[in-house]
Design a protein around this ligand. Structure first.
Ligand code: MN
Length: 497
């Protein structure tokens, strides 16, 4: 039994630690498994990192405090499984007992096993055997994705692993703010930094990192109707994005964003509706931006939606849809995903489904992993992680070759014809958007059409000819998400790291 070693090391007449409970007495299936980090002042201070799996707590001793900085990899020594009841243990282990010293809870919460979303899903136990775990923590201190990677075995000793924060919206580089700004090529308003001849920041000299307000973002005009036909107000839209932030932010993080703003909502054809690339200087300092040259050479301060406060501030400024670049600021010349935008034009949604399935088969035959989502309007988006890390021209040429294979297989249903008139009733397989400076609709955003539809990731098996994309909207989406253990599109982010 998994807890034999735990039991053998302890005398439960002496220590207040919980005795091992057989798995059958352990708590039944919960919605989400838990994690806990216990600060343990033993002969040496360390942090015990524990993940619930198969009725026990899989455990590692981490000598240094876990970090949200991806650069601060933490040694994690694998130790014996602990009973589930240990997750709430705090107290003093008496002198003479194993691990004598005080234990307190440093952080706790739930987690998602990211490996469960892989093409070949893995349980945590399988991941431990393979020496590679990825999980998203939902704690107070630790949030977002982490990896635990086993290092090469060096002998019969304990297994040495590394606990690593992965790049996402919760990653927080430690140390000097200026070094951080330089590394990411970021600038803040009023701190322009030095520039090259092209007008691109060479090294932003941020003297401080402005922080979002502690009290959160102030909402204004929450009664304003944004989707009048559905009675959806700006307050409802703010509430949507607040609840969606955990799912959405990883797709926005570190990507230059273009904001689709409707200050008067979807009132009618004459209501304002515009796409904002440049961030006004009047926006607060804590809104992160990156200066990039536009097509015409002038500097554009693109916003980076890297935290929930920025997200909600921009929604309060009447942003309805966020659009993001295909690259992150760390590597702007290379896309990290490729988009196939399937646009029905005069064809029906069932035709889009047919074309998407054919594209999926072609991609699978060439061993590419593909993800599908509703566009939120009339089409479907198929996204493929671009792991070859080439430039935009190569990525787009590859996408076009895949699209042409679809057209060859389904000449009656699909076309790569750019002229609308020549497409007829065929679905347009659009790949030309895969270009530097262009942007795509990420999953989990609202679209500016009646009904408040949401661009929604689907499992491939959900794609049926009678699928109704309008069924995924502001009023229904959270019921769907509550039933999901995992984001069906999470693999796109993982691969793009
Ligand atoms: Mn310990």
């Amino acid at each position: 039994m998994a807890l034999k070693e735990y039991q053998a090391k302890r005398d439960f007449r002496e220590t207040p630690e919980p005795p091992p409970a057989p798995a059958s007495q352990a708590q039944g299936a919960r919605h989400r498994p838990i994690f806990v980090v216990q600060e343990h002042h033993a002969s040496r201070l360390h942090y015990d990192f524990r993940l619930e799996a198969e009725g026990v707590l899989k455990s590692w001793a981490v000598p240094k405090e876990p970090s949200l900085d991806p650069a601060q990899k933490r040694l994690a020594v694998r130790v014996e499984d602990h009973p589930l009841a240990y997750a709430t243990f705090q107290g003093t282990i008496p002198a003479g007992q194993y691990g004598a010293g005080t234990v307190s809870i440093w952080d706790q919460g739930t987690y998602d096993n990211v490996l469960a979303d892989k093409p070949v899903p893995q349980t945590v136990t399988e991941g431990i055997q393979a020496g590679h775990l990825e999980f998203a923590l939902h704690g107070q201190k630790l949030q977002g994705r982490f990896a635990l990677i086993r290092m090469r075995r060096t002998g019969p000793d304990k297994e040495h692993w590394l606990l690593i924060k992965m790049q996402d919206a919760w990653a927080r580089p430690a140390g000097h703010a200026a070094a951080n700004a330089r590394q990411h090529g970021r600038v803040h308003s009023g701190q322009p930094g030095s520039r090259t001849a092209a007008g691109v920041p060479a090294a932003a000299r941020a003297r401080h990192t402005a922080r979002p307000p502690e009290a959160g973002v102030t909402y204004t005009h929450t009664d304003k109707l944004i989707y009048p036909e559905a009675g959806i107000t700006k307050g409802d839209v703010l509430d949507f994005y607040r609840r969606m932030a955990t799912r959405l932010l990883p797709y926005l993080c570190d990507r230059p964003a273009t904001l689709e703003r409707l200050p008067e909502g979807l009132g009618g054809s004459d209501t304002p509706h515009f796409w904002q690339k440049h961030t006004p200087a009047s926006y607060p300092d804590w809104i992160e931006r990156i200066a990039l040259p536009s097509e015409h050479g002038e500097e554009v301060q693109y916003v980076l939606v890297n935290n929930v406060e920025t997200l909600l501030y921009l929604v309060n400024q009447d942003t309805l849809t966020f659009h993001v670049g295909f690259s992150r600021v760390t590597d702007l010349d290379r896309p990290d995903f490729v988009l196939f935008d399937l646009d029905p034009g005069q064809a029906g949604f069932a035709d889009v489904v047919t074309v998407a399935k054919e594209l999926h088969q072609i991609l699978q035959a060439e061993s590419y992993t593909a993800f599908v989502k509703t566009s939120g309007k009339t089409g479907l988006h198929v996204l493929v992680p671009w792991e070859r890390k080439t430039d935009y021209n190569e990525a787009r040429a590859w996408a076009l070759s895949m699209a042409q294979q679809v057209v060859e297989a389904l000449p009656q249903h699909a076309t790569t014809e750019r002229s609308k008139a020549k497409r007829g009733k065929r679905v347009y397989v659009d790949v030309i958007q895969n270009a530097k400076g262009h942007h795509a609709v990420p999953p989990y955003v609202l679209r500016a059409v009646p009904g408040a539809p949401v661009s929604t990731p689907l499992r491939w098996q959900e794609l049926t000819p009678d699928l109704d994309p309008t069924a995924y909207n502001l009023k229904t989406i959270f019921r769907r998400l509550a039933r999901q253990r995992h984001d069906p599109m999470a693999g796109l982010l993982r691969a793009s790291l």
